[in-house]
Design a binder for this molecule. Structure first.
Ligand code: C2O
Ligand code: CU
Ligand code: CU
Length: 458
């Protein structure tokens, strides 16, 4: 066995333990957040992960209760946010806002019944720049959408690492990066490996789930050497649409139906974002198999409610640099730092509607940027007045992406949308999930330096 395979045999399924809580029969997934030694490069690194493999895959079924226990064996507090899942507010995993932080040695049980199918992921929501940077991410697949019978279901998790040549971590947050496009990793990986070869049944119909969990990098995903069609965005059904390439900002996902290459042949997952295309992974056909026509079917329709666009109220959210000072110096010289209690770095650089995620203790969360009336439809106008890209994410809801001031949009569903520099994007939704929800940029350095706020549904 090669070294990397000891821990990083690619994303692997998690053990399912019989449920004990409340004496019910449904299984509990056990997610143990802990430091583990592994190799991203030849030298060892200490990653933080939810299991013995990086990026464990947890499966749930739509409409059936799901339960996962987070056990925190890290030296700092944590929580799990179920990104892209319309969970009840108390299960949303945002420390101080929806639950107390899970302290070292503590456990927290997440229980909800997913109402939507699809490819989602989970991650902490505190000191995210470090916790996610070190590897604390898992994949949640909510099953029940497949109409076709796929010969294989492959997960490709895109994540870079801020790793030095000796395996130690480089700073996850830098002044330069936080104020611009973010700090990029030094090593790019898929499922924790550099340009892995993923075996697929030759000529089979493959479901390929691509997740960009990187805190910073935007990728433009394409596939050469095989037929491919987009079947979902952020886990929500779309198409099938022939794939040319699809831009995935941090936190965005893309499901593809792929006609696998023949025996011994390869298809290459490529990132076209950089001037020179980058090979991300190779899909290698194995086994016999006979060539067949590629006619992928649409996934089962989504249950995300349709907004009433005629009645919808419009609200503008402007994403900008912040005019606020970093720290507040009190007379006498005492320095009040921004939001230490809220897991942020000591500086603010970014704002939403002029409000930067403020200096506050956890008793003093900022007021909501907006209050949405429960059950009503809204169009959010997301306006980027900066020269940088911002993948904007809303918790607890799924947007219908309608139109852009800059590009043709195929209407689709998303929980994260990539705002290009100076772009105005319109997204609509029904505010049907009561609670206080985060709205933030998913370039984690932007989030942690102010580009975050609360929206209330009441
Ligand atoms: Cu994936 Cu609030 O984030
Ligand atoms: Cu989220
Ligand atoms: Cu941003």
């Amino acid at each position: 066995m090669r070294r990397r395979e000891v821990l990083l045999g690619g994303a692997a399924a998690l053990a399912v333990l019989p449920g004990t809580a409340r004496g019910t029969a449904e299984p509990s997934h056990r997610l143990v957040a802990a430091e583990r030694r592994t190799r991203i490069i030849d030298a060892p690194s200490t990653v933080w992960s939810y299991g013995d493999t990086l990026f464990p895959i947890v499966r749930a079924r739509v409409g059936e209760p799901f339960r996962a226990v987070l056990e925190n064996r890290l030296a700092e507090h944590s929580s799990i946010h179920w990104h892209g899942v319309r969970v009840p507010n108390a299960m949303d995993g945002v420390p101080y806002l929806t639950q107390p932080p899970v302290e070292p040695g503590q456990r927290f049980t997440y229980e909800f019944t997913p109402s939507d199918t699809g490819t989602t992921f989970f991650h902490p929501h505190c000191d995210t720049v470090q916790q996610l940077g070190r590897g604390l991410v898992g994949v949640l697949i909510v099953e029940g959408d497949a109409v076709d019978r796929y010969d294989a279901d492959i997960v490709a998790v895109l994540k870079d690492w801020r790793v030095a040549e000796d395996g130690a971590w480089l700073p996850f947050l830098t002044d330069e990066g936080a104020g611009k496009a973010g700090t990029f990793g030094t090593v790019r990986t898929i499922n924790g490996a550099r340009t892995p070869r993923l075996e697929v049944p030759a000529y089979g119909l493959i479901r390929l789930r691509v997740l960009n969990v990187d805190p910073t990098r935007v990728s433009e995903v394409g596939l050469t050497g095989a037929g491919a069609a987009v079947i979902a965005t952020d886990g929500n059904p779309l198409g099938p649409l022939p794939l040319e390439s699809w831009r995935l900002g941090p936190a965005m996902r893309l499901d593809l139906a792929v006609a696998a290459p023949g025996p011994g042949e390869e298809a290459v997952l490529v990132d076209y974002f950089a001037p020179e295309p980058v090979e991300l992974a190779r899909l290698v056909g194995v086994g016999a198999g006979a060539r067949r026509p590629f006619e992928p079917k649409a996934l089962a329709p989504s249950g995300v409610p349709k907004p009433d666009l005629a009645e919808a109220q419009r609200q503008r959210f402007t994403f900008s640099a912040s005019a606020a000072p970093s720290d507040l110096v009190l007379p006498g010289g005492e320095v009040l730092r921004y939001a230490d209690e809220l897991c942020l770095s000591g500086r603010t650089r970014w704002a939403i509607n002029q409000a930067t995620w403020p200096m506050a203790s956890h008793e003093r969360l900022p007021p909501p940027l907006a209050t949405f009336e429960r059950g009503r439809s809204y169009v959010m106008e997301l306006v980027n007045v900066t020269p940088h890209q911002h993948p904007v994410h809303i918790h607890g809801h799924t947007w219908h992406v309608l139109r852009s001031s800059k590009r043709e949009i195929v209407p689709h569903l998303a929980d994260t949308v990539l705002l290009a520099p100076r772009e105005r994007l319109e997204v609509a939704f029904v505010a049907d999930n009561p609670g206080d929800w985060m709205l933030h940029c998913h370039v984690i350095e932007h989030q942690e330096t102010g580009m975050m706020g609360i929206v209330r549904v009441a």
